[in-house]
Ligand binder design. Structure first.
Ligand code: COA
Length: 377
């Protein structure tokens, strides 16, 4: 068990164990989902299979998986009335993660089971949200470009359909494989800020949609999921490989944080970053822009030598997404569309053994004061 110390109270609960969980574990630099290493899952599984694993604590048998995929595919649609409401939302100057919060919450208005808390209804809502959230991201991209999103191909995977509905073009198989791997790598990550937030909301016996929206809200921040977008903005600001070392040194000298580096739990490297690094290297080359990977590598080496910090999941995912032609401001919404499967696993696990989260605050304010009328203050 992690050590709990007094400083944790005001320092982000570092080292505090808030609940037991069997979904994903982090031991040193090894991340496992339900006991399987992330490297094994990334190399051999699919996102759909990993979602089943996260929710059921085992891999599906063949027939079960066929049914599970069918259930997911049936939910890969956004109702017409919902779409017309989405189109009426202002989006100029609105962060896409704010848009995701609103759109996800709006989905609950179209779900007759939104307030049904039975296990069966909760599982159906989990399937619905996992199928629909990637479509919310591509719907935003289409709406802001004045296009109607294409209907999904029910024979294809979530990864394939996301890239297809985003661009309107059938994606190439390598892009689909890379994106599917990204979905797997982002699906869950123990008791991170957004999963904890979703569990806290679930612990009050609020509903699935509300808990998921709280996860989106937490993920939005640049210290959490918002870092992937900031990484790409940093790379475009730096501009060239030659300027990267000086830029990093200056930023560190100014006590700035370099996005995509550091981690509360991993002190010997984030295993997801290693997988993403090799995908970034080959994809940037394939896209004809190896300089994005080269610049990233220089930044990576400089931050390591100057500050001893290693890249986290967000660092190389930025150039991976960019090489897939995904707009920068959609990086964090994509993270949410993948992480929803993990939030749902946490929400369902929380309800299996629920007690409301209600910590205490350590008092450091005034004491014994007496009210005085406004005229005499
Ligand atoms: N760039 C520069 N310095 C960093 C850093 C970064 N990315 N991450 C941590 N540090 C430094 C801090 O400034 C601090 O230094 P100090 O002791 O001299 O003050 C020290 O390392 C500890 O950092 P701290 O912010 O206390 O760690 P944390 O556990 O609270 O936060 C993160 C973890 C991930 C929020 C933090 O590393 C960070 O902000 N990273 C950048 C954002 C990011 O990539 N987020 C995605 C996480 S997956």
């Amino acid at each position: 068990m992690a050590e709990v110390y007094e400083g944790a109270l005001d320092r982000g609960l570092e080292g505090v164990v808030a609940c037991t969980t069997g979904i994903s574990s982090i031991v040193d630099a090894t991340l496992c989902y339900r006991g399987y290493t992330i490297e094994d899952l990334a190399a051999n599984s699919t996102y759909e299979e990993v979602v089943f694993l996260l929710w059921n604590n085992r891999f599906p048998k063949k027939d079960e998986f066929t049914q599970f995929v069918k259930d997911l595919r049936q939910e890969c649609v956004l109702p017409a009335e919902f779409m017309s409401l989405l189109k009426s939302l202002p989006y100029q100057g609105v962060h896409p993660m704010t848009w995701m919060e609103t759109a996800t919450s709006l989905l609950s208005h179209f779900d007759k089971e939104s307030q049904d808390s039975s296990d069966e209804a909760n599982m159906r809502k989990a399937i619905r949200l996992t199928a629909k959230m990637p479509l919310l991201v591509s719907a935003l991209e289409c709406i802001r470009n004045g296009k109607d999103p294409k209907a999904v191909n029910p024979e294809k995977s979530i990864a394939w359909n996301f890239l297809y509905t985003l661009t309107g073009q059938e994606p190439d198989p390598e892009a689909v494989k890379v994106f599917d791997t990204c979905l797997i790598l982002h699906a869950d990550h123990e008791l991170n800020c957004s999963a904890f937030s979703a569990r806290v909301v679930a612990s009050s016996l609020s509903d699935v949609y509300s808990a998921v929206v709280s996860g989106i809200a937490a993920l939005k921040g640049p210290l959490h999921g918002g870092a992937n977008e900031q990484v790409m903005r940093m790379l475009t600001n730096i501009g060239t490989v030659e300027k990267a070392t000086e830029w990093v040194k200056e930023a560190l000298a100014n006590k700035e944080k370099i996005m995509g580096f550091g981690h509360r739990v991993y002190k010997n490297g984030d295993p997801r970053a290693k997988i993403l690094r090799s995908m970034s290297e080959s994809l940037t080359k394939k896209a004809g822009h190896p300089e994005w990977y080269d610049m990233s590598k220089v930044i990576d080496d400089t931050v390591q030598s100057e500050k001893g910090l290693l890249p986290n999941v967000d660092f190389y995912s930025a150039t991976t997404y960019y090489s897939l032609g995904i707009p920068i401001d959609l990086f964090t919404p994509i993270f949410a569309a993948a992480r929803v499967s993990g939030w749902l696993a946490h929400i369902l696990e929380q309800w299996q053994n629920n007690r409301i989260y209600r910590p205490r605050g350590k008092w450091n304010g005034n004491e014994g004061l007496k009210y005085s009328p406004i005229e005499s203050r």
